[in-house]
Design a protein around this ligand. Structure first.
Ligand code: SAH
Length: 477
């Protein structure tokens, strides 16, 4: 080991920074986070540092570095662009055995600044011993995506139980077992998803009564899997998918997304085809509740966003009624995903001041939309499940006053490498796609904004041999 990692308490301790430029400023910002008392010595200050001086965040002595500047210091940083000055600071600090860092000069460093993941009070510091700061930064970025934002809140909550846990389990080993159980149980996820009160209660109960049923109870995460491209998942979705014991998914969840689920998890397909329900909704609702009651971490994966034409509300209603804990993780809905990947802004100052998401299919298979309001100008209409009713939709819109030359886009398998965008107008679309193979799922976007597609399209994947991102047969009109 070239450097020994330690965490310094420099709260209110005097730190000297020699240099007043941008590089010095970056170090100042970091050290201020740890509440150091900073004095800068430099002939002049950058604007950013001058602002900090005015705000009273730092102290400043204008002039060149002098040996006396080190009096009483706990830590020294040299960040000037003059190698001789940097060297002088290093030598002077060495004489006094003071920890010193000359920025970007590993051979003149007694300590180095790590890349920091700050989830205070939890802090992760990464160093490559000065060999490659870029590598350290990349590793840090990696960790940032893996460590939930509320990790610090979890640590703070646990700290409030430290004394009572010590009193309850005086032996270190017992105490460690207790905390392991708590941290591997549902309490952590409760904190991460904003249910700190539930977590507090759970830990308190565990301290008062030993292992409780609440700890053994599983929970359900209703997760939006997005429109297909796995990169569009949220951090939280991915984290929960990788902790799942069992996953229930439907046919709008792409293979690539499913591939990211924890390998050991049971996968249950509960897909529904148009006009045909593979597993009835009521059964799905109850299965979710039953699995969670068995103590499993259940993930219910739904295409797009679970609260947009996803019946997510019905599924969690059953859970709420039966007292099963759950959380909902939003996903990117097909309208956002397909529009972005097709280069069609859903709103635009010149063309559309509002956007409407509607379904082209009702529960009983009919379409019963408010055609008059949909035919209004200056808005974009996004139609989910609109393929079957497409001829009727175009016809009715024209009948209710929409321009028959209004541009329309039909987006197939949006955001996946098989995405296809066809554009036409209200009067021509039915003819254009007649007899063609259409690969579900498909989304309709209607409105002037569609004309921007030609100019703004940016997503042009090379279509590979298979056309099925979702593993189904093509549909024919
Ligand atoms: N909850 C989902 C919508 C479910 S309804 C969401 O928020 O996106 C199912 C409809 O969504 C499909 O019939 C289709 O119209 C649309 N859809 C979902 N994913 C799609 C995709 N990748 N490309 C095109 N349309 C999609």
């Amino acid at each position: 080991m070239d450097y020994f990692p330690i965490f310094l308490d420099i709260k209110k301790r005097p730190v000297l920074i020699v240099g007043g430029g941008e590089i010095a400023a970056r170090k100042v910002v970091l050290l201020l986070r740890a509440q150091a008392h900073i004095t800068i010595v430099a002939p002049k200050l950058s604007d950013g540092l001058a602002a900090l001086l005015v705000q009273g965040e730092i102290a400043y002595r204008a002039g060149d570095f002098k040996d006396d500047d080190l009096n009483g210091c706990a830590l020294v940083v040299a960040a000037t662009d003059d190698a001789l000055v940097n060297r002088a600071v290093f030598d002077a600090a060495e004489k006094r055995n003071l920890p010193v860092n000359v920025v970007d000069c590993p051979e003149l460093c007694r300590f180095i600044f790590p890349s920091i993941v700050d989830r205070s009070p939890v802090t992760v510091a990464v160093s490559t011993s000065g060999t490659s700061p870029v590598l350290a930064r990349l590793l840090r970025a990696h960790l940032e995506t893996m460590i939930p934002a509320s990790y610090g809140r979890l640590a703070t909550l646990l700290a409030t139980f430290r004394d009572s846990a010590k009193a309850r389990f005086p032996a270190m080993k017992q105490r460690r077992h207790f905390w392991e159980r708590i941290l591997q149980g549902p309490a952590t996820e409760m904190v991460f998803s904003g249910r700190e009160q539930d977590a507090t209660q759970l830990i308190q109960n565990a301290l008062d009564h030993g292992e409780t049923d609440a700890e053994k109870r599983g929970e359900v995460a209703l997760i939006g899997a997005g429109p297909g491209d796995p990169d569009l998942l949220t951090f939280r979705a991915l984290r929960l998918m990788q902790q799942a014991d069992v996953v229930l998914y439907d046919r709008l969840v792409s293979k690539e997304v499913l591939d990211l689920v924890r390998r050991e998890a049971d996968q249950i397909y509960v897909g529904k085809k148009r006009d045909y329900h593979a597993v009835r909704q009521q059964e799905i609702n109850q299965t979710l509740a039953d699995l969670a009651k068995e103590g499993k971490r259940v993930v219910r994966l739904k295409g797009g966003d679970p609260f947009i034409f996803g019946r997510g509300g019905e599924e969690i209603a059953t859970l709420a009624e039966q007292g099963v804990p759950f959380q909902v993780v939003p996903g990117i809905t097909a309208a956002s995903g397909c529009a972005s990947y097709a280069g069609i802004p859903l709103t635009h100052r010149d063309y559309a001041q509002s956007v409407r998401f509607v379904t082209g299919q009702l529960k009983d298979g009919t379409i019963n939309l408010d055609w008059c309001s949909l035919a209004q100008p200056q808005q974009t209409i996004v139609i989910y499940m609109g393929l079957k009713g497409l001829p009727v939709i175009c016809e009715q819109l024209i009948k209710h006053g929409a321009d028959d030359a209004l541009p329309v886009a039909l987006i197939q398998q949006g955001t996946t490498v098989h995405q296809q965008v066809m554009t036409a107008t209200l009067s021509t679309l039915s003819g254009v796609i007649k007899g063609q193979e259409v690969h579900a799922p498909t989304l309709l976007i209607i409105g002037e904004v569609v004309s921007l597609h030609e100019k703004l399209a940016w997503f042009n994947p090379v279509d590979s041999s298979s056309r099925h991102a979702f593993g189904r047969d093509p549909e024919r009109l």
